[in-house]
Each structure stands twice: as C-alpha cells, then as structure tokens.
Design a protein around this ligand. Structure first.
Ligand code: AFP
Length: 313
C-alpha cells in the first residue's frame, strides 16, 4: 500500500489556502496571482529610484514612479489571471472592467505609504476580494478575502479568507512560507498609533483620546504607513490605530474601498474591531470610489473608548 506523505512542516501560501482555508480554486489562484505581483512590486521598490512621476492621480495627489509601476504590475497580474471581473485601484479614477464572465472583483491600494519610500521606511500593498462584478453598493463585510503585503526588512504577506488571519514570509525563491497562524488581537491596547494628527486642533474628542494616551502607560508606535502600523497591531496582538476627521479631512484621510475595508475584515477576523466611531466599517456601503471614512481599529475595548470620546464632544 502506498505511504501517505506527511504534511509540510512549513506550509506554503498555496498549500495553506488549499488545505487550511479550503478556498475555492479560483479564489486561491487570484490570491496566488496577487502574491506573485507583490513579489514584483518588492523588486521594483528595491531597484527603482523613488522620484516623482510628474503625474497626478484621481485625487490630485502627485504620483510617485513607484505608485504608477506598482499599479501597472498588479493590474497586469489581475488581467492575466482571467479570474477578475473588475477592479478599483487607488491610482485609477474609475472602476476598471477586465472580464465580465470572471468570478471575482478586487479593490487595491498598490503602494500605500509611497511618500515614505525615499526615507526607506516600510510600505505596503492592500487588497480586498469580492465575489461578482459590482463593487459600488457593496459593503466590506461582503469581501471573501483580504490581504496585505508589507515591504520592510522582510516581505510579509498576511491574509484571511474567512478562517482566521495568517502570516507568511517571502523567501529567496519567491515562495511565501507560513510564519504564524491564527493571529489574534486582545481587547486592551498597550500601543497607540494616531493618524491625521492635524485633526487634533479641531476635534475635541480626538484631543480627549490623545490626552488620555499621553497620560497613560500606552506607548506610541506610528510610522505613517497604515500597512506597517496595523501590521504592528496584528503581530503584537494588541494596539489601536486611528485616522479621524478634522477641518482639512472631515472624514479622515483614508479610503473605505481599498484601505479601511480590507483592514477591517482582517482585524475583525483576528478578534479586534474596526469602526468609524458610530458603526462597523464592515457595514459601510461603498457609494463612491474615493469615499473616505474615519477609522478606529484594533483592540476592542480601546476602540470602544475612543469611539465614546469622539462622540461625547
Ligand atoms: P501615502 O501613501 O501618501 O504615503 O499616505 C499614507 C497614508 O494613506 C496611510 O498609509 C497613513 O496611515 C496615512 O496616509 C498617514 O496620514 P498622516 O500623515 O495624516 O498621519
């Protein structure tokens, strides 16, 4: 009788998706194609000079060469997969349709934190995957998977396909190997990560949270790249990340579709919470591509405290 092969000691992303997540084959292929695109983005970061591209994106922001390049790399992989109906990218003004008969649609920020590339801080790519073709009108709760790739000293991929949150490392031959399974976020935060701090001037609730943090035993951990800052929470198992409204950005700086939605999915899968201060980010309906939302995310008790402080003012 044939001997049954032992399960791999350090499973690859492909094996994990197939055996542990029991992801449908098409979803597994989309995630593997995204992961492969990210390995190319990683290479582009290492080999491209981080200058300005001389173009502006749909929001009037200057695009860096690497923003454009990363967007092109990811688009090409989604197109070649044959499994993507439509996508929304931070660098594109409209929903882009690829194949109306394909099963999934993807939202993504190709290079979040790109203004940090020249400082050699960590940057990342963020993805959310939906079944079907329509993206406008959906809520992030309808995502069937979300993932991000963090390009730091190591390249780390974190995904969930609805069965917990799992972390992988990119090795020298381009394979993602399991580092940690079932990441969890505890209810109390020891670290805080306050984005859009300009809002401090005109948002008394945010000042109340900030005052409490400064007077508490919490420690500041903030890099300016939400992928790195939220990865800190997922890898330490605690923390709170905020980006709330002020005069300049009344709804905070971050976009619902391709920044807040995927992270809300991942953080809730890890046992944390993600809210705009009044409702779960996962239940916010996507009405426009560039829709922004306040975000308070991480350890559930701390997220609730900050939400109360924001509402009490
Ligand atoms: P860039 O992609 O332009 O560098 O912006 C990064 C980002 O969208 C997000 O990753 C950060 O959390 C946020 O901006 C930082 O905002 P503040 O500088 O206002 O804290």
């Amino acid at each position: 009788m044939a001997k049954r092969a032992a399960a791999p000691h350090r499973p690859s992303l492909n094996y994990h998706l197939r055996i542990h997540a029991k992801a449908p084959d098409a979803l597994r292929h989309v995630i593997m194609d995204i992961a492969r695109a990210a390995a190319y983005v990683r290479r582009a970061i290492l080999t491209t000079e981080a200058g300005l591209a001389g173009a502006v994106n749909q929001f009037g922001e200057e695009q860096q060469k690497l923003d454009v390049l990363s967007d092109e790399i990811i688009q090409q992989h989604l197109r070649e997969s044959g499994l993507v109906h439509s996508f929304i990218s931070e660098e594109q003004a409209d929903v882009v349709e690829l194949d109306p008969s394909a099963p999934y649609s993807v939202v993504f920020d190709p290079l979040d934190g790109s203004s940090l590339v020249e400082t050699n801080f960590a940057v990342g790519s963020i993805f959310g995957i939906y079944e079907g073709g329509e993206l406008i009108g959906r809520t992030p709760r309808e995502q069937v998977a979300a993932l991000y790739v963090l390009y730091g000293p190591r390249t780390i991929l974190v995904y969930s396909a609805g069965n917990g949150v799992h972390m992988f490392i990119l090795n020298d031959v381009g394979e993602y190997i399991l580092l940690n399974e079932h990441l969890g976020i505890g209810d109390e935060a020891e670290n805080y990560s306050p984005g859009n701090l300009h809002a401090f001037k005109d948002n008394a609730g945010y000042r109340a949270s900030m005052d409490r943090w400064l007077q508490s035993a919490l420690t500041l951990r903030y890099s300016g790249c939400m992928v790195a800052d939220i990865h800190h929470i997922l890898s330490k198992g605690q923390g709170v990340f905020t980006n709330v409204g002020g005069a300049k950005y009344p709804n905070g700086k971050l976009r619902l579709a391709f920044e807040c939605g995927p992270f809300a999915y991942l953080v809730e899968q890890a046992g944390g919470s993600a809210t705009d201060g009044t409702m779960s980010i996962l239940d916010k309906r996507l009405t426009e591509i560039d829709q922004r939302t306040p975000l308070i995310l991480g350890s559930a008790h701390e997220v609730a405290r900050v939400s109360e402080e924001l509402q009490s003012q």
